[in-house]
Ligand binder design. Structure first.
Ligand SMILES: [Mg+2]
Length: 217
């Protein structure tokens, strides 16, 4: 059938969690951090939800690192795109969606260079019609305006409806719904659905599951 589908990037199309832990292992090796230090740093990261400036300021202070926080952040943004992976079955699934007439977009919160680097290094740039990154647009999910920009980049209009796929209940599902999209929640089993929020339209385990739902329509 086809239509518009927007995907979240981190921990939806690419496994940001694994990439972060690979980066953390390298970082710990460089600065001689022990197991307790890396565990503390992983908690501080909060799955990427802690603002990066705040994250690196705290890491630098805790471990007494000589490099300025801005340099630690710049190195992180340079390395992370090289570490994220979009599973081959997801890239292939996106190809099948496109062949079936779907327009595909990415809508993601984060720094412009870092997120675009991930989109390009993971092979996603060639598989989607467009993307919108909060750091580049000056507006972040769950604000409907970022979804609107992503739709436009795909040559589509939110008035025509569409789908939103993502792992964050508020940023992706509540935001996607407010933008008029049908929602698919990627349940990573890191926490229950927040009771205060209306349920997503569909629930899947991962992006491949979401693609299967869409191909089935
Ligand atoms: Mg996400």
């Amino acid at each position: 059938m086809g239509g518009l589908v927007l995907f979240d990037l981190d921990n939806t199309l690419v496994n940001r969690h694994d990439a972060f832990h690979r980066w953390l292992a390298e970082f710990a090796g460089r600065w001689g951090l022990g197991e307790r230090d890396t565990a503390w740093t992983a908690v501080l990261d909060a799955d990427g939800m802690t603002p990066r400036q705040e994250f690196f300021a705290a890491v630098r202070e805790r471990f007494g690192l000589p490099e300025p926080a801005e340099e630690l952040l710049a190195a992180f943004h340079e390395r992370m795109p090289e570490l994220v992976v979009c599973p081959p079955e997801v890239l292939a699934g996106l190809g099948r969606l496109r062949a079936a007439g779907w327009r595909l977009g990415i809508v993601t919160n984060g720094a412009a260079g870092n997120q675009e680097g991930k989109i390009r290094c993971s092979g996603l740039a060639a598989m989607v019609d467009g993307w919108a990154i909060s750091g580049a647009e000056g507006v972040a999910k769950p604000d409907a305006r970022l979804f609107r920009v992503a739709a436009e980049r795909c040559g589509a209009d939110l008035a025509g409806g569409g789908w939103m796929v993502g792992d964050d209940p508020v940023n992706d599902v509540v935001g996607g719904r407010s933008a008029g999209l049908t929602t698919i929640w990627v349940d990573r089993r890191v926490g229950p659905w927040p009771a205060a929020e209306p349920k997503p339209d569909r629930v899947v385990a991962d992006a491949a599951g979401a693609i299967a739902v869409l191909l089935d329509r």
